[in-house]
Design a protein around this ligand. Structure first.
Ligand code: AMP
Length: 200
């Protein structure tokens, strides 16, 4: 199963991707997590992207395209993957299509989570409060200004990206305002995998 999960920041893309991993037994590939790991490890890549990430800006397409291409060539992706946070631009989507074409394969579906902006802002504030209450460390781009920038960036790039996949007949829109389990159930149903729903 080769899936992309799209949605605004704070939509629960990562959560849904992790649940789909259980459902389909393929790895989750999160470009945000890969980049944060590179920053934490202080690699050349991490040093190059750190400031852009802290400002809530996208890192250059070539950087993420190369990272994803190398990752999906690894053995654990032979039966598929769940991409979360990539592609973010039409250029990245076209690069992904070309990568998969080159391997003689294609995406099964692109899941687009739909949520209202106010709910996203509330969820971000709650995620920060919960993390701090648990003594955890808050992501450096989870603050109101950067979050607003990330939402704005999504608003600008999402339309063309969704159109790209709609034209290819790969887009599956899902109401992301319901509870986490209901959203997974809906995705599974739309993919024709309702019987393997982890919640029964
Ligand atoms: P995320 O965890 O997906 O919200 O990503 C966090 C940050 O990583 C973003 O604000 C970007 O700076 C960077 N990033 C992650 N994925 C991409 C991507 N596909 N293209 C460009 N930048 C990305």
């Amino acid at each position: 199963m080769r899936l992309v999960v799209l949605g605004p920041p704070g939509a629960g893309k990562g959560t849904q991707a992790r649940r789909l991993v259980e459902l389909f037994g393929v790895p989750q590939l999160s470009t945000g997590e890969m980049l944060r790991a590179a920053v934490a490890d202080g690699t050349d890549l991490g040093r190059a992207v750190r400031a852009m990430m802290d400002r809530g800006e996208l890192v250059p397409d070539e950087v993420v395209n190369q990272m994803v291409s190398a990752r999906i060539d690894r053995d654990d992706c032979r039966n598929g993957f769940i991409l979360d946070g990539y592609p973010r631009t039409v250029e990245q989507a076209a690069a992904l299509t070309a990568m998969l074409d080159g391997k003689g394969t294609k995406l099964d579906a692109v899941i687009a989570l739909k949520l209202d902006r106010d709910v996203l802002i509330e969820r971000m504030a709650k995620r920060v409060a919960d993390t701090l209450a648990a003594g955890g460390t808050v992501r450096s781009d989870d603050n109101p200004e950067t979050f607003a920038r990330r939402l704005e960036e999504y608003g600008q790039t999402a339309g063309p990206l969704l159109d790209y996949y709609r034209r290819r007949g790969e887009l599956v829109s899902i109401d992301g305002m319901q509870g986490m389990e209901a959203v997974t159930r809906n995705i599974a149903k739309r993919l024709g995998g309702a019987s393997s729903d982890p919640d029964g």
